[in-house]
Design a binder for this molecule. Structure first.
Ligand code: HQG
Length: 180
């Protein structure tokens, strides 16, 4: 039985990190051809049809993927390590944003700020609950409050993805505070 999680994980890998592993190229905005994706899935013994792909896109717990209006193209909404450009809207953030992480990273984060690590951007959320969920993936979460207004005033560029993740290049330590 092919599970939605298997399909989702495989799509994340290809569409965020390794399109070459599926024999695909992404457009500058991160789009891949749906037919090529279905063919590549079949080669991984994950043969599914268009309807099933649509279901995975629609029901994914974090809306990780989106289809183009004509249904011909698919892309990851965020989380890329390959270079994709221009798929997010620059926007003015709320004055405070949140980041969930774990205690063991705090000394490094307090010293050097939040860095994108393996991703292209630091991921932030407008609500504490999301930050808690993100932090929880690694253990007991700690929540950091980001002075987004201050960072914006200092020239920081914020981008909002279509599933409400705030992206920023980095957050220097002076804009960070422990919130819990
Ligand atoms: C930490 C998942 C040491 C940072 C989630 C985090 C989210 C530092 C980890 C999305 C650091 C990177 C993003 C520094 C940051 N020193 N550690 N200077 N700066 N860190 O996974 O925010 O399932 O790249 O706190 O649910 O945890 O992929 O980022 O703990 O939405 O769709 O380094 O990824 O969604 O980890 O998660 P990540 P994240 P998906």
């Amino acid at each position: 039985m092919i599970t939605d999680t298997q399909i989702s994980k495989t799509l994340s890998y290809w569409l965020r990190h390794r399109p070459d592993a599926a024999g695909m190229e992404l457009s500058p905005e991160g789009w891949a051809d749906v037919d090529l994706v279905l063919g590549a899935l079949a080669r991984e013994e994950l043969a599914v049809g268009w309807e099933r792909l649509l279901q995975v896109v629609d029901t994914n717990d974090k809306s990780r993927f989106e289809l183009s209006a004509d249904g011909q193209m698919i892309r990851a909404r965020q989380g890329h390590s390959v270079n994709v450009e221009g798929s997010w809207a620059q926007a003015v953030p709320p004055p405070v944003l949140f980041h969930g992480t774990v205690e063991r990273f705090w000394p490094a984060i307090a010293a050097e700020g939040l860095r994108p690590m393996q991703r292209h951007h630091v991921h932030l959320s407008a609500d504490i609950e999301t930050a808690q969920r993100v932090g929880q993936r690694r253990g007991a979460p700690i929540i950091l409050e980001v002075d987004a207004a201050g960072l914006l005033a200092r020239g920081g560029a914020f981008f909002l993805t279509s599933n409400n993740v705030w992206l920023v290049d980095a957050v220097p330590p002076e804009f960070l505070k422990r919130a819990g």
